[in-house]
Design a protein around this ligand. Structure first.
Ligand code: 5GP
Ligand code: ZN
Length: 104
């Protein structure tokens, strides 16, 4: 997926402010934050949209939610939103799935 922006960020080919990483995902700060805390939690696996996931991806999707919750606590966010934008009509601009963590 050489043309994918988030694959390039995960590979370190494009710089980002990385907050966390493990064997399944990477979390970095959104370049245009909408809240004090605005992270993108991104699986290493390239999946274009949430509409493309299968049941075998369910543990991965759950893991991303867990990581987002841990990061919200680490960054002292008292309340936050977790958001998936799905498809162009759903506001998705980067077609490699990512969970937005947006919080105070
Ligand atoms: P989407 O609209 O696809 O759900 O969200 C894409 C997000 O990626 C946007 O909030 C946008 O600000 C962010 N973004 C786009 N390009 C870059 C980039 O090069 N680096 C980082 N850190 N975030 C980016
Ligand atoms: Zn990708």
């Amino acid at each position: 997926m050489e043309a994918c922006l988030f694959c390039k960020i995960i590979a370190g080919e494009i710089p980002s402010k990385r907050e966390y990483e493990d064997e399944q995902c990477v979390a970095f700060h959104d370049i245009h934050p909408k809240e004090r805390v605005h992270l993108l939690v991104v699986p290493r696996k390239h999946i274009p949209t949430i509409a493309d996931i299968t049941d075998t991806d369910s543990p991965l999707i759950g893991h991303l939610t867990y990581v987002a919750k841990e990061l919200a606590a680490k960054l002292n966010s008292p309340g936050y939103k977790l958001q998936w934008n799905v498809g162009k009509e759903g506001g998705q601009e980067v077609f490699h799935i990512h969970l937005h963590l947006m919080g105070k």
